[in-house]
Design a protein around this ligand. Structure first.
Ligand code: PEP
Length: 247
């Protein structure tokens, strides 16, 4: 059942633009879903302030894999927690590719987030080449197993898995609802194999990649899916409200 919506602002909007956005969005948001807004670091403060009293979670888009010290330009889990962050995106394909984040770094980032009391939105998904060579499931298994290595089962309660096929992100292309259902089933199978059936049923899995107000209805019927991660289409508040109202 769809009840989770995550907005990824990516590197869009200044602090004052996020303020304007929230001034439009918040009075009209009816609170019908479990909503997390993953804002740029520079807008976390205004997001925390304006979202007070609303049932909305504050998200960040990155976390250092180190705890403290000589990491110029990085933001630690402790800093995020102190800024009121509830969730952080880890393993996004843009970071895997452009910033060369490998499975070891992703695993360390997840552990640091959890250690600091921050939930994780773990992105996994295949490239077009992997899809075309029928390696989607293998890729999902590899990415999940390396990311979740060494975690205790109860820590999965603080993890949302986002199935994000790389070829669907920001391209206007999406898998079919059936294909999303199959990928989500595989994600749950990996969790069942490595943790337990109970964990596989309870872990939240969302889909991300070119969701907008025109196509979201095609996917709201996916039975094993908990929600959506939305990038480009969250950036205009009324459009985002429309998507939420359709879920
Ligand atoms: C994303 O970046 O995680 C994403 C889902 O982007 P978009 O919705 O723009 O495809």
């Amino acid at each position: 059942m769809i009840n989770t919506i995550i907005a990824n602002f990516k590197m869009n909007k200044t602090e004052s633009e996020v303020k304007d956005y929230l001034m439009t969005f918040l009075p009209r948001y009816e609170g019908k879903v479990d909503l997390t807004l993953c804002l740029p670091f520079t807008a976390l403060h205004v997001g925390r302030y304006l979202c007070q009293g609303h049932d909305i979670r504050l998200g960040a888009q990155n976390i250092s894999d180190e705890e403290e010290g000589r990491c110029t330009g990085e933001i630690s889990g402790r800093m995020l927690k102190d800024s009121g962050v509830d969730f952080v995106i880890v393993g996004h394909s843009e970071r895997r590719k452009k910033f060369k984040e490998d499975s070891k770094i992703i695993n360390k980032k997840i552990k640091s987030a959890l250690k600091n009391g921050i939930g994780v939105i773990l992105c996994v998904g295949e490239s077009l080449a992997e899809r075309n060579t029928l390696k989607t499931f293998e890729t999902l298994r590899d990415q999940l197993e390396s990311a979740l290595k060494g975690l205790y089962e109860n820590e999965l309660e603080r993890i949302v898995v986002a199935y994000e096929p790389i070829w669907a992100i920001g391209t206007g292309k999406t898998p079919t609802a059936k294909e999303i259902g199959q990928a989500v089933k595989e994600i749950r199978r990996v969790i069942a194999d490595d943790f337990s059936k109970n964990a596989s049923e309870n872990i939240k899995v969302v889909y991300g990649g070119s969701i907008d107000s025109k196509n979201v209805k095609q996917f709201t019927g996916c039975k094993n899916l908990d929600g959506f991660l939305i990038g480009g289409a969250c950036l205009e508040p009324n459009n985002f409200l429309k998507i939420i109202s359709l879920c």
